[in-house]
Design a protein around this ligand. Structure first.
Ligand SMILES: [Zn+2]
Length: 151
């Protein structure tokens, strides 16, 4: 029978303790060495909360930036819908800052380009760099109906 001597003959936990002592874990927020349970990532509640707040706010800031672009598009379309002039030049929308990359919905049409909506206001690209401004009518019973505001 062969007997193995030395520190590595015992179980994996001992091995892990040796490795942890050589390379101590550090807090993800403040980089201080963490004491206590091996699965700890932070030295205390303050560091855990600071880490989570920072990462959540990064995600929310990206989402907010997209939402703000869509809201800006909506207000540009609302402005032009209220001018009661339809169709209008695409360049009028673009010079107001409309971004063609952001919308809440694209609805394919049997003929022509899809309706592009930013919430209840939308547009349809027409030949000759013109745009038809659209507005959905909503009712409490039926929800959203797709319909032109200005014929
Ligand atoms: Zn810390």
């Amino acid at each position: 029978m062969l007997l193995v001597a030395g520190p590595f003959q015992s179980n994996n936990q001992t091995m892990k303790k040796i490795l942890d002592a050589a390379h101590p874990k550090t807090c993800l927020t403040c980089n201080h060495i963490i004491r206590g349970r091996t699965d700890k990532k932070f030295c205390d509640d303050y560091c855990r909360s600071a880490y989570n707040n920072k990462h959540t706010s990064k995600k929310l800031s990206y989402i907010r930036s997209i939402t703000n672009k869509i809201i800006k598009n909506r207000s540009i379309l609302e402005k032009w819908a209220n001018k009661k002039r339809n169709p209008i030049s695409l360049y009028d929308l673009l010079s107001d800052g409309l971004s063609l990359s952001y919308a809440t919905e694209y609805i394919n049409q049997p003929v022509g380009n899809p309706y592009v909506f930013c919430y209840e206001y939308g547009y349809q690209l027409l030949p000759g760099n013109n745009c038809r401004i659209l507005k959905r009518k909503t009712t409490a019973e039926t929800g959203i109906i797709h319909q032109n505001l200005i014929p």
